[in-house]
Design a protein around this ligand. Structure first.
Ligand code: SAM
Ligand code: SF4
Length: 328
């Protein structure tokens, strides 16, 4: 699949639930969001059908995300089924790590070894203040188990003024001995409230400067194709770090991904309001050909970048959704 700007689409992010056991304040209000009932979520059978069709169109990477993926019942059934699909070369998972550790050995058996683990602070008190839950110990155990098992771990850390600036250097320091990639993410306005005004002081330039000031020398790495992060290494460290200009949106020119929300809404850009509902089409009896034609048509009308996608939202439909209903 090639979009109307010549970008090849080979990566799908599949959010399998909007539910979460944490309440990270930048993602969800304290009382949660209007969680969708099960019948309004894509079923596993529908997801497997969709991924099979997309794999035949050249999609080779799937990321499972949410909400918290390990809250969805029988998630291993979905993962085992996806791992058998022809054409799917990589299955990656984004998780908050609270429930993940017991599944690691079975995931390795399925060939799943790419994980993005979200840790916004390595100080238990700050972690609790950000996530509004006292779960740091479980998350840290999960991190250590992932490293010990030799998995490919990227740690996602949203950088926020007055919240976790003092964590930036200790997190980069994890890479001294651990083969981990720490990724500092600019905060985005997907907090499920729509009215709060996050302090966007920590953009990617500011984060890089902060780290450079501390270490003196940081080495810029060649970016993997389609990477959303700008990557660096501290000389002598085994791990790396990167910054993701998620709000500055400097990476749209090489964007190779589409998103499917827990309800089955196709998004061709993180910042768009959703293009059409795949679940509705499936449940109305669409054939495989009709489904793929609809996806291809959406891919053929993609916004050029996240700014255009945001501008094209309906009047009155300003960004207010929670990232848990998108998948990040
Ligand atoms: N619950 C899982 C987790 O936290 O890893 C997966 C879903 S979560 C929505 C995916 C990623 O989106 C996480 O790394 C999270 O930090 C990030 N995220 C959520 N809301 C965000 C926001 N407003 N700005 C930037 N990143 C955000
Ligand atoms: Fe849950 Fe992930 Fe959102 Fe935090 S960022 S509330 S862990 S979905």
């Amino acid at each position: 699949m090639i979009d109307n700007h010549g970008r090849k689409i080979d990566y799908v992010r599949l959010a399998v639930t909007d539910k979460c056991n944490l309440r990270c304040f930048y993602c969800m209000p304290v009382d949660g969001i209007n969680f969708k009932p099960k019948k309004e979520l894509l079923s596993y059978e529908e997801m497997i059908r969709l991924v099979k069709l997309l794999a035949a169109e050249g999609v080779s990477k799937i990321r499972i995300t949410g909400g918290e993926p390990f809250l969805r019942k029988d998630i291993m059934f979905l993962l085992a089924s996806l791992s058998k699909l022809e054409g799917i070369e990589t299955i990656a998972i984004t998780t908050n790590g609270t429930l993940t550790k017991p599944y690691l050995d079975d995931l390795i058996q399925l060939g799943i070894n790419h994980f993005n683990l979200s840790i916004d602070s390595i100080d238990p008190k700050r972690f609790k203040a950000i996530t509004r839950r006292d779960s740091f110990a479980q998350v840290w155990e999960c991190y250590e188990a992932m490293i010990q098992k030799g998995l490919q771990v990227k740690v996602n850390c949203v950088v926020m003024q007055d919240q976790n600036i003092e964590d930036i250097i200790p997190m980069v320091d994890l890479g001294k001995n651990d083969p981990v990639s720490i990724r500092f993410i600019e905060e985005m306005p997907f907090n499920g409230q729509g009215k709060s005004t996050p302090k966007y002081e920590w953009n990617y330039i500011q984060i890089i400067k902060h780290i450079e000031n501390h270490y003196g020398r940081i080495v810029r790495l060649n970016n993997p194709k389609n990477s959303t992060s700008i990557n660096f290494q501290i000389p002598g460290f085994v791990g790396t770090f990167g910054v993701i200009p998620a709000y500055s949106r400097t990476f749209c020119g090489s964007c190779n991904r589409i998103r499917v929300t827990p309800e089955g809404i196709l998004k061709t850009c993180l910042y768009d309001q959703g293009v059409f509902n795949i679940r509705h089409l499936m449940r109305a009896g669409a054939s495989d050909e009709e489904l793929i034609t609809a996806v291809q048509s959406a891919v053929g009308h993609r916004a050029k970048n996240g700014f255009e996608a945001e501008r094209l939202r309906d009047p009155g439909n300003l960004i207010s959704e929670s990232m848990a209903s998108i998948g990040g």
